[in-house]
Design a protein around this ligand. Sequence first.
Ligand code: ATP
Ligand code: MG
Length: 325
Amino acid sequence: MGLVLDVEGLYVTYHTPDGDIPAVRDLSFGLNEGEILGIVGESGSGKSTLALALAGLLPRNAYVGAKKIVILNSNIDAASLRKALEDLRGVGIFMVFQDPFSSLNPLIRIREQLAEAYITRVKRTKGIRMSINDVDDGELINYLKRVNIPDPEVTLYRYPHQLSGGQIQRVMIAMALILEPRILIADEPTTALDVITQIQVLHELKKLVDDIRTSIIFITHDIALASTISDRLAVMYGGYFMEVGNTLDVLKEPLHPYTMGLVTSIPSKRKHEGYLPEIKGVYVPTKSKGCPFWPRCPYTKEACMKEVPELKEVKGRLVRCFMYE
Ligand code: ATP
Ligand code: MG
C-alpha cells in the first residue's frame, strides 16, 4: 500500500489587519492508499485551513509553506507550493466543503454539474471524451439515490438555490462518488444531514474506499462520528496535530490530555472507561510560546508554558505532550 500524500512541516498563516494568525503549524503526516484519516478538533483548530491548503484553495491572505509535500507521487516544490497545489486540482483530488453553498455554481443546474463530473471521470479513467448530452440522466439519478436525495428526478433539474443546505451537501457527496477521486477531502461533509442519511453517506464513502481505493481525509469536530469511519485519527488543537494514531488505540487509551477530554465526551465511552478528565472552556489563541493547550490542561507544568512539545512516538502513536518526555 503506497502513500498518496506525504506531508512534512506544513504551515499556514493568515495575514490580517490585526496581525498574523498561525492556523496550521508544523503538520507532518502520510495518507495511505485506501485509508480514511479522520481529523478531529474543535472550532478554530485549523481543520478547514488544512483541507483548503491540500486542495489548493486557500484565500489570498493565507501564506503556506512546507518542508516537503508529495501528492500522488508528484513532489511539490515548496517555493511554489500554492501554485503547485492549485495545479494539482482536477488530477484526482476532490474536496467537499464545510459550507455547502460555496461548493456549487449557482447559475448551473445540478444535472450539468454532475454531468461535468461524470465526463471528467470517464476522460480520466477511460480516456474517452463525452459531451454533456451524452450523459444518461438515469445514471446520474442513481448517484442521487445513493445519497438519499428525495425526488432525484426533480432535483436533477434544479438550480443550487432551490435546494436546502442538506440537499446540496448530498449533491456534493454524489459528485464525489461520480468523480471517484484518488484523494477525497471531506470537510464536515455530513453536518447538515439527518442521522439516517449520515449513516448512508458514511456507508457510500466507505464503498468508495473498498471499490476503488480512494483515500479520504474526513474532517469533523465530532470524534464519535470520525471514529465510526476512520482507520486513523489525528487530533488537532491550535493548529497542531496533538495525537495521531490508530482509531481503536486512540479511543481505548487516549494519550494526549486533550484527546482524553474528547474521548470522555463520547456518551458510550463515559460509562465504560475509568477516570479521564473532562475539558472545559474553549480554545483562545494566545501569544505565548508554549503548548496551545496549556491554559486548559489539567496536567500543565512549567515547561508547557515555555515551549511547544515535539510530536513524538509514544506507544506506537504520535503525541505532542511533555507528559511523555
Ligand atoms: P470550524 O470547526 O469552526 O470549521 P476549523 O477547525 O475549520 O473550525 P479554520 O477555519 O481552519 O478552523 O480556522 C483556523 C483559524 O484561522 C481560526 O483562528 C480562524 O479564525 C482563522 N481563519 C480562518 N480563515 C481565515 C481567513 N480567511 N482569514 C483570517 N483568518 C482566518
Ligand atoms: Mg472548518
